[in-house]
Design a protein around this ligand. Sequence first.
Ligand code: SF4
Ligand code: SF4
Length: 602
Amino acid sequence: KKPIAFAEDTAVPPENLADFIMEFRELLDEHKLDYGMFGHVDAGVLHVRPALDMNDPQQEVLLKKISDQVVALVAKYGGLMWGEHGKGYRSEYAPAFFGDELYAELRKIKAVFDPHNKMNPGKICTPIDSNAQLVQVTDTKRGTYDRTIPVVFKEEFAPAMSCNGNGLCFNYDTTSPMCPSSKITGDRRHSPKGRAGMIREWLRLLAQQDVKVDALNAQQFKSSWWSRMVNTNSAKSSTDFSHEVFEVMDECLACKSCSAQCPVGVDVPDFRAKFLSIYYQRYSRPVKDYLVANIEQMAPLLAKMPRMVNFFTNLGLSKVLLKESIGYVDTPLLSTPTLANLSAGYTPFSLETLRQIQTQNNANKTVLVVQDPFTSFYDAQVVADFMALAKKLGSDPILLPFNPNGKPQHVKGFLDKFARTAQSTADFLNEIAKFDIPMVGVDASLLLVYRDEYTKTLGEKRGDFSVLAVHEWLSQMASEALSNAQVTTPPATALGLFTHCTEKTALPVSERQWQQVFAKLDVAVDIVSVGCCGMAGTYGHEASHLANSIGIFELSWEQAIAKYPVEARIVTGYSCRSQVDRLVGAKPKHPLQVLNQLLLQK
Ligand code: SF4
Ligand code: SF4
């Protein structure tokens, strides 16, 4: 059941409101319905959302029945059906409410501005000389289609089914993180609502075909590489609706703003990954997908000879080959010196060391650094600076061995591989968590995968390990040390804080917490309102997405970043720092790096 806004926005004279509400509630109680009721008492306006299961034909019938009853009730109390909005789908009641004379005038106006009834046809009124029909409450609605989708499909793709269509994700504010994809393409199919609708239609069409309903993700479409190649070659002439769905999923940055900002938590990256895993059981994957999905396995090996790898990556010929044959651009260079070199002076990791720390009650004077594939291998100085910062704050940092995070596999829909990666890393982190020593990861968008995708994929097998973001650790565990820290001369002007969109939507207090951390050192921080930077992991490195990646950056980041001198820009996301670096030419620092510079050695 979902609350449906069909008896919505009635307005009666305020002096009649109390009696009107009493009778309205009796009416809904008669139908044994749950409902939400709120409104503006001073204006007599009421918003009512009865909860209905529109997949149930019996309940769908109630829509018309209750609408008619509410119309009669509103008339009885001398009110109007529409205080503010909601006229379109209840247009059949318009003639009665406006009255013959006024309604005829409305139709004349419609005829002047829209003589061919093109704009919102059937809503409110039709042109005066037209025979076109008004929209009816009983017209075909989404439930008619949704009820043909098998329950197992619905459960598998629950986020797509739960979209209630309220349209909050049609967001045009360029400084809001909500859906950079639809902002840059201007195509509503690329909004979370559009993507959820595409998935529902795809499921409906699958249900009409000979598709087993036991479980969509049970590899039932798996085919040989030869069949996949044949299918791919004939894809252009194919009528398979999957290709249309693929097109809109491919443009998604997997930034997860929808997951946190949609009021019902429509998580597009979740069903996008499932869709891709099914789509590529029948069609060939591009090589770049394998490159991205295996980046965590390759990076530790490449980091053993970073200068040589960087030399070849930097060659003009390599760049052309990577772009033309794989579709990958601006390949990042490995860090030199490597993290292994930079962390050499710190306490090395061993289980025995952790055991001793625990028995000597030194857990709170230690911090375990959880590595991620991007900062560890491509921005190692950030991890090293975190270790230096921890040391200055009186904690002994220990770098945990690298364990793949799995996010690149999830984003590309390699869900079997992701499940194995997630289980293996969760097992390791649960083992470490037994020592009760705080664990911290420097890239919030990657550690959030432990909290969300690991939980969704592994369920109870995820265990209960916890990895803190840097700002969480600073606020919770190092707050006192920060207050007592000795600092160099703070910057004269405010720093500009730019946070990763996954981070600021999933952890809405993160910006404020960073601000409070810096306030302890008397350093002012502006929270800069920006949308997505356009990089989002590897999205911005894919040649097919390059133009949109740059376009998204230009929507809000370009102007905002230019307002701050290079040394005053603090940027939490690895992706965002890389994007600024390649498009502006000066790599900004992570806030922890500026903090580290400000603190004097103990
Ligand atoms: S905000 Fe969420 S529920 Fe509303 S239309 Fe968008 S995806 Fe659907
Ligand atoms: S993940 Fe980001 S780009 Fe994709 S639909 Fe959600 S908000 Fe839009």
